[in-house]
Design a protein around this ligand. Structure first.
Ligand SMILES: C[S@@+](CC[C@H](N)C(=O)[O-])C[C@H]1O[C@@H](n2cnc3c(N)ncnc32)[C@H](O)[C@@H]1O
Length: 371
């Protein structure tokens, strides 16, 4: 009996001990489980944000891939358009060259070129052929010229010079004035024509473009430059005079037309009355300042000296707004109609009492036919 009680007591003590140890173990296991859970959740959070980052990178890459595709398509379409434009340019060039064939072989043009080209070789050999940016020459007569060591001024083209020569010679004109000389290129065509008619040319310039190496300047600078040049002339310091004036005089001597042309240093319009004095002009070439009111003032200065019944007034660069305005001013003032000739620099004639066939011949022989 005692034994069985002792055994029962020992058994219940052992059971109690086991129970306590089990509870402790379960508590420890629960803590461990909670820790594992927390770490697992943290790992899930980390993995998610990593996944998000990777997805963002991937979509970034696919965005740049589609951008790349877009650029490639744009390049393809530009290349296609470029090829198309080139075809159009080639086509237009072909068309214009075809149009140029008939005037190229116009007998008057051929005769003028055969006469004047060899005569002017000593001049053109010393000049530089020039065009404005993005221009192409139709042929060798379609170039302007400049002094090799100066940026400006530019001359008319050889074709335009031939037309000026033809207009003077064919109309038997006798008394001419040109504003402006630059380095004499236009004066050579005119004076060789006046040589044929027994006429005379006055060519004037302020030499301001050569001085500034630009075609924009203010009038006060031109006036001051003329005063300075006149003083040099009075002091006989000829080697200090503008290169353009020296070239013009040397050229006139080489062409043996010194007696046909007078080169004057003057500022238009205020210097013109003294230059023209009691002359009556049947030819005037307006090719001085090309901006503001200057071309209109140049015309105004010449009008009192024009023959009332018979004259040719030529304009150069009528693509310039200020020159175009002067053309209409001259036509209105003289009760005439302007006659445009489609040369490189769009020359225009305002004429009275002269043979219209001569003007039409000029239009027919320009290589750049108006279509
Ligand atoms: C286009 S260039 C003349 C080119 C010349 N006729 C030729 O074809 O060989 C223009 C000239 O006008 C001159 N000029 C500009 N304004 C002037 C003015 N108010 N008086 C005199 N000459 C002027 C410039 O000095 C320049 O030499």
């Amino acid at each position: 009996m005692l034994y069985s009680s002792i055994i029962a007591m020992v058994a219940s003590a052992a059971a109690l001990g086991l129970a306590v140890s089990n509870r402790r173990r379960s508590k420890r296991l629960k803590t461990q489980l909670a820790e594992h859970q927390a770490s697992a959740e943290q790992q899930i959070i980390n993995l998610r944000s990593e996944l998000d980052r990777s997805i963002a990178q991937l979509s970034g890459r696919s965005a740049s891939a589609s951008n790349l595709e877009l650029h490639r398509k744009k390049i393809d379409s530009i290349e296609e358009r470029q090829a198309h434009c080139q075809k159009e340019v080639d086509h237009l060039r072909g068309e214009s060259q075809n149009l140029a064939m008939l005037p190229t072989w116009h007998p008057t043009r051929v005769a003028l070129a055969e006469e004047l080209r060899p005569r002017l070789v000593p001049i053109t050999d010393k000049l530089g052929p020039v065009l404005f940016p993005n221009q192409l020459a139709f042929d060798e007569l379609d170039w302007m010229y400049k002094l090799p060591d100066r940026k400006f001024p530019y001359s008319l083209t050889f074709e335009e010079g031939m037309m000026m020569h033809y207009l003077v010679a064919a109309n038997e004109l006798k008394s001419g004035y040109e504003i402006a000389t630059a380095f004499g290129f236009s004066s050579f065509f005119l004076a060789t024509a006046f040589e044929k008619t027994g006429g005379h040319l006055i060519s004037a310039d302020a030499y301001i473009e050569e001085e500034m190496e630009d075609f924009i300047y203010d009038h006060a600078s031109a006036q001051a430059h003329v005063e300075k040049l006149r003083q040099l002339q009075r002091d006989e310091q000829y080697d200090q005079l503008p290169r353009g004036l020296q070239f013009a005089m040397e050229g006139a001597a080489a062409l043996k037309i010194e007696s046909v042309v007078d080169y004057e240093i003057a500022c238009s319009p205020e210097g013109v009355p003294d230059l023209l004095n009691d002359r009556q002009l049947d030819f005037a070439f307006i090719d001085g300042g090309h901006f503001g009111e200057q071309p209109v003032l140049d015309v105004q200065s010449v009008l009192p000296f024009l023959h009332p019944e018979r004259f040719v007034m030529m304009f150069h660069d009528t693509q310039c707004e200020a020159v175009a305005k002067a053309v209409h001013f001259a036509a209105q003032a003289t009760g005439t109609q302007p006659f445009s000739i489609h040369t490189r620099n769009r020359i225009v004639a305002v004429t009275k009492g002269i043979d219209p066939n001569i003007l039409h011949t000029c239009r027919e022989m320009t290589v750049r036919q108006a279509v």
